[in-house]
Ligand binder design. Structure first.
Ligand code: GAP
Length: 515
């Protein structure tokens, strides 16, 4: 099936099974804004819990905060967002559609990569085991020609972005013959900058109101609280502050469902350390964050690092963790070494000291910061994309199953009375009343057992428990595993023990080795 079709199916599955709805659905939605439904919110909460516990519980020197969305407007001046949080935009005059110029060029680079990959795949099929990919890439004329085009375009693009040269970006689009995906024409406007922050007014009357912004990242709430936390928590460097919260960006090219939203949620951690130790911590966090993703068991081959060549002026290292989505490898998380830029800027703009007194070195300095920043919604999307599976079964039927990592599943166990009478619903309720204290357990009595299994498969419930007539006398039930569909008879008294360990967040946390 084409990857576009797979993605469309995932989006409609999310709606049909109560994971994600378009915002304001009865008013035909609001572009790039989404609501999470009854199953989506559980999955999202599990992701947040896994992140929070891996940061705050597993690291003695990390604490959390919850700062407000509205902040003093000068914060965004100090952070550089008022002046530089821009996207380069271009319009197509025929379709009247607006695009990010950098994204159009990145898509063009991806086309060259695709062409090279196709040549490699063709040759690999032809030569079988004797195929030497590295040699092929170094010698095949078609691969080399595309590589040369890629290199040239990449260099031009990187230079134009570095210099914020908008004319050059337009020239690249023209020289590459990039067309509007809707109109197919090359009738482009000039490229111009567009600030991504949403603003509103705070105050009782229009005269006294002042312009404030909805935060475009949660990180600044951490920076401006760094001394409050350090002093009241008696924190010693190195230490971290973690936060989960909403952020807002007026994204122009809002595409791909919850991948790029205008209102979204971030999980960010700023790690404050001694100047000179930041690369050591950058490498630690790079490794740790990848391990966090891998521990979920969604296939290590589906992740890769993408080191930034173009660094923001305040950063001295940055990398993305990318995940293989149906529309290619995409950024899920960023790890950035931000030097002492943000704290120094706040020192300058607020007039308050941001220095830390280091008792061991007997000196004052502004700490350096390594940041890890992941979007909850993007993480949600990686999990959905990985888990959505259509299966042909041996008996000729098919099923849609969400192979969610078990600790993230919205419902962990569904208890199903075989028939909705003869004391079975009551027995099933007894089981639920016992298990519900330990993990999310539900009861479902309507429809045939086959249909109920399918519904639970579709929302990713790892365990179904079927209560039948024998259960009333032998106190045992049939336990069905989601992925293998294997069914085993087990005593009711053993259910908690069998299920709890597999579905708890602790079971994934234990795979993370904190040093
Ligand atoms: N404080 C650093 C920062 O905000 P970023 O790379 O702009 O860095 C970090 O964003 C993460 O936030 C991204 O890796 C992505 O997961 C998520 N994110 C950013 N913009 C988003 C959007 N419009 N919709 C959904 N998630 C977004």
């Amino acid at each position: 099936m084409a990857q576009d079709d797979v993605f469309k199916k995932i989006v409609s599955h999310c709606k049909e099974y109560g994971f994600v709805f378009p915002s304001s659905d009865i008013y035909d939605g609001l572009a790039a804004v989404y609501d999470y439904g009854q199953n989506g919110v559980e999955l999202k909460n599990n992701i947040k819990q896994y992140w929070w516990q891996s940061m705050v519980l597993l690291h003695n020197n990390i604490v959390g905060i919850d700062s407000s969305i509205f902040m003093h407007p000068t914060i965004w001046k100090a952070s550089g967002h008022v002046d530089a949080f821009n996207d380069p935009l271009i319009d197509n005059r025929d379709s009247k559609k607006r695009y990010r110029a950098d994204v159009l060029i990145e898509d063009q680079l991806a086309k060259y990569e695709e062409k090279m990959d196709k040549e490699v795949a063709k040759a690999a099929k032809k030569f079988g085991d004797s195929f030497d990919e590295e040699k092929f890439r170094q010698t095949n004329p078609r691969v080399l020609a595309n590589q040369a085009k890629w290199d040239e375009l990449h260099t031009r693009f990187a230079n134009a972005m570095e210099a914020s040269d908008l004319q050059e970006l337009k020239k690249i689009i023209e020289d590459e013959g990039i067309v509007c995906p809707i109109s197919g024409s090359k009738n482009w406007t000039d490229v111009r900058q567009f600030n991504l922050m949403f603003s509103t007014e705070m105050g009782a009357s229009s005269e006294s109101a002042s312009k404030i912004y909805l935060r475009p990242e949660t990180a600044q709430g951490i920076f401006v609280n760094y001394l409050n936390v350090q002093k009241t928590g008696r924190m010693k460097l190195p230490f971290g502050i973690a936060q989960i919260g909403k952020a807002f960006r007026n994204e122009i090219v809002a595409r791909q469902f919850v991948f790029r939203m205008r209102e979204f949620e971030q999980m960010e951690m700023q790690f404050f350390c001694q100047p000179g130790t930041e690369m050591e911590w950058f490498n630690y966090w790079k490794k740790y964050r990848l391990a966090w993703h891998e521990a979920l068991g969604m296939g290590n081959e589906n992740y890769r690092y993408h080191d930034h060549e173009k660094l923001a002026h305040y950063a001295n290292a940055a990398t993305d963790i990318e995940f293989r989505m149906p529309f290619g490898f995409k950024e899920v998380e960023g790890i950035h070494s931000r030097t002492n830029f943000d704290l120094s800027q706040h020192e300058k703009f607020s007039g308050r000291q941001m220095k830390y007194f280091d008792p061991e070195r007997n000196e004052n300095y502004v700490p350096y910061v390594v940041e890890t920043s992941i979007g909850v919604d993007r993480m949600f999307l990686t999990v959905m994309c990985h888990s959505y599976t259509e299966e042909q079964l041996e008996n000729g039927s098919s099923r849609v199953v969400l192979r969610l990592p078990e600790p993230l599943a919205p419902v962990k166990c569904a208890v199903l009375p075989l028939v909705n009478k003869d004391g079975l619903p009551e027995k099933a309720q007894e089981i639920v009343d016992d298990l519900k204290f330990h993990f999310n357990t539900t009861i479902e009595a309507k429809d045939s057992i086959g249909k109920r299994y399918r519904r639970q498969d579709a929302i990713g419930t790892p365990f179904c428990v079927t209560v039948d007539g024998d259960s009333l006398t032998d106190n045992s039930v049939t336990l069905r595993y989601r992925d293998s569909m294997e069914q085993v008879r087990v005593p009711i008294a053993k259910l908690r023990e069998i299920i709890e360990d597999r579905v708890s967040i602790t079971s994934v946390l234990k795979k993370l080795d904190v040093k």
